[in-house]
Design a protein around this ligand. Sequence first.
Ligand code: NAP
Length: 250
Amino acid sequence: MKTVLVTGASSGFGEAICRRLIADGHQVIGAARRAEKLAALAAELGDRFVAVVMDVTDKVSIDQAFETIFQRCPQIDILVNNAGLALGIERAQVASAANWERMIATNVTGLALVTHKVLPHMVAANNGLIINMGSIAGTVPYPGGNVYGATKAFVKQFSLNLRADLAGSKVRVSNIEPGLCSDTEFSMVRLDGNAEAVAALYKDVEAIRPEDIAHTVAWISQLPEHMNVNSIEIMPVAQSYSALTVTRNL
Ligand SMILES: NC(=O)c1ccc[n+]([C@@H]2O[C@H](COP(=O)([O-])OP(=O)(O)OC[C@H]3O[C@@H](n4cnc5c(N)ncnc54)[C@H](OP(=O)(O)O)[C@@H]3O)[C@@H](O)[C@H]2O)c1
């Protein structure tokens, strides 16, 4: 049994990851802002699930959450840095600066600060695995991806740089980079609750599901200690690349 901290546990990937890791026999600490969602998950998952309210954009909230976490579970074996969001699909020149700030605060600063709390303990124990939730948006540029994609490019490079710093230690770092996924709140959040636009996005498309990502996390978690998956990019078969745009007579 391993002790796993999952951020963004209140919906989508995080919730599915908690369910899967509990089913696999682990102890899981699930963190997010919405206490009522975590309480419902705790009622379903039982004693091996510990719910902790944490806003990764708020340093005080992170400090308080980790006081509770370290009291209950002094050694975290696996950190799944999954909390994150995209806000808006507008082109950069008309995008909201507030949305940019929130994406950076959550996906970049929040992920880095949570890692900063856990990493020294993992290194001291010479044991640990950090699984970051990146995105194909960190590699593939697209219109409207601007800051969201850039935050996931941060996650990608941060993961690799951690590997460099962890040379000589047994602590492992992986970056999962999913493409289009359905059945999470991601697109409702991104499109500001526009249910019609969300339905149009997933219409007649068999996208990746949260259980697929949970399966990937479970797979990485049970690999032999000498194996490090640096990154894993996963798309639905229905998603692929298109040609670069060329503007004529510009
Ligand atoms: N769905 C996709 O197509 C897709 C594709 C590639 C990558 N991803 C990435 O996968 C991760 C999970 O996304 P998802 O699809 O599962 O979306 P989701 O259903 O919206 O889940 C996002 C989770 O992050 C938490 N969260 C958001 N802001 C937070 C904050 N300030 N502090 C703590 N927790 C916070 C949310 O909980 P609270 O609101 O309760 O805090 C929620 O549990 C994200 O990092 C996302 O960028 C998603």
